[in-house]
Each structure stands twice: as C-alpha cells, then as structure tokens.
Design a protein around this ligand. Sequence first.
Ligand SMILES: Nc1ncnc2c1ncn2[C@@H]1O[C@H](COP(=O)(O)OP(=O)(O)OP(=O)(O)O)[C@@H](O)[C@H]1O
Ligand SMILES: [Mg+2]
Length: 265
Amino acid sequence: MPETVLEVTGLRRTFGSVRAVDDVSFTLAAGGSLGIVGESGSGKTTTARIIVGLEQADEGAVLVRGRSRTGRARGRTERLERAREVQMVFQDPYLSLDPRTSVEAVLRETLRLHFPGADHAARIRELLDQVGLGTRAADALPRQLSGGQRQRVAIARALAVQPAVLVLDEAVAALDVSVQAQVLNLLADIREQTGVGYLFITHDLGVVRCVTDEVVVMRHGAIVESGPTAEVLDSPQHAYTRLLLESVPRPGWDPDRIAAARRAL
Ligand SMILES: Nc1ncnc2c1ncn2[C@@H]1O[C@H](COP(=O)(O)OP(=O)(O)OP(=O)(O)O)[C@@H](O)[C@H]1O
Ligand SMILES: [Mg+2]
C-alpha cells in the first residue's frame, strides 16, 4: 500500500442554509491523483479551499502526512509550512498573477519567501524548464503570455515550494482543447518526475479519465460514489454518476431528457 499523503475526514461547511460540504471523506496516496467531479455548486471548490486553508471547516479534519491542518495556522512559520505542503492552481491565472510582475520575479518572490538566503537563479531555470517555458519567457509579463503559458507559470510557482499535494481547481477549463491537452500531458510528466500528488477538480469527465487514478463524485456537498477512475466511469453505480456521464454532449444526445432525469433524481 502506498503511503497516504492527504486524508480528509468528515468535512462539513454550511453557508446559511446551504450545506456546501456535507460529511466529505477521502484519501490521496502519495504521488497519486484523485479527481473530484460533480456539477456546479456540488461543493468541489469549497472542499478544496478548506484543504488549502482558504476556508475553515465547521467540522472534520484535514491531515497532510498525518499532521492536522484544520485549525487556524499559528503564526507565519506555520502558515508557510502549510503552504509548502499543499499548493493550489486556479482556473484563471490572470486573477492569480500580478499583472506588473514578470515570470522570473513571480518565481523569485515565492522562492525568497520560502527559502530565504539561497541563490535562486538555477532553481528558476529548472522550474521554467519543468513547465516547458523557455528562459526567454522569464522576462515576460502575464499579459504578454498566452492562457496556456500563464497557466504554466502558475504551475511553476506552485511547484517552487515542492509541495506534497497540488490542488488544481478547473485548472485547464479555460484553455482551448489543444492547449488543454498539452497542459494535461505536462501535469502527468511533472507527477512522474516529482512525485507530487494531485487533487484534480473538474466538471470534465474526459479530463478526469486522462489524469486521475481515483475519483470521487460529489452532489449537493456529499460524496455519492468513489473508486478507481476507470471503474467509476465505465460502470457507474450511482444514478447521478450515470447522469453526469450522459450529460456529455455527443451525437444523439438529448438535453431535454437529461434535464428531466436530473429533476427526477
Ligand atoms: N463564500 C460563500 N458564501 C455563501 N455561499 C457559498 C460560498 N462559497 C460557496 N457557497 C455555496 O456553496 C455551494 C458549493 O459551492 P462550490 O463553489 O464549492 O461548488 P463547486 O462544486 O465548486 O461549483 P462550480 O463547479 O460551479 O465551481 C454553492 O451552493 C455555493 O453557492
Ligand atoms: Mg468550483
């Protein structure tokens, strides 16, 4: 059995009367890739934000390598320590990258914060190389880059701290299909090279099949089904999972029938 890097148990979070996360538990093996799928509003992002520490849980625990990170971090040192364990990549790198900061400066800032005193030039080259950005991109500002290149910068920044877990929330959703494929291939390579584990949030079942070993299916904040990705997608046990699979547009697809089935569920 591979070591567990991330363990989530009994997470709950309500916003007013909305149960955004309702008793969610799962584990991620070290170097593994776990997908979270579910339709809009099912609680995927809230779960991710709790794991990263951007949101507090009402109940439940998040353990990384067996250590709890559920309570508020006590001070700067612990905050930085936690950041080195889990990093997050968002859908829109435009919002997460400072428009006035060059690619190199972004990476340098992160490295300085976490590893002060060291010379970072070689590491910056290594990171750029790892995400397939040449050193020529180092001086570029975010607006001078394509969407795919910006997402590579965001991935490089996340990898800079050598996290045990990378949480990717719809990280390829905004990219066109061919760029999406490139970034997914890149992520697969990076996982192989570094042993980082992925928590991969997406509404795209094709993406889940491509980059995850296991998947959990969320609905109304709760997990309705989980298991090895191929098993869940090829022989879904829960009606909601079947509905998600049927909701993927294809020839002969009938959105009205699916909408009716969704209402009946
Ligand atoms: N800060 C907040 N305040 C109030 N309600 C919230 C907040 N964050 C999330 N919610 C609600 O919690 C539920 C789950 O939202 P969440 O963003 O986790 O879903 P999601 O699965 O990520 O959806 P999407 O696929 O659209 O990104 C939704 O009903 C949402 O409106
Ligand atoms: Mg979301």
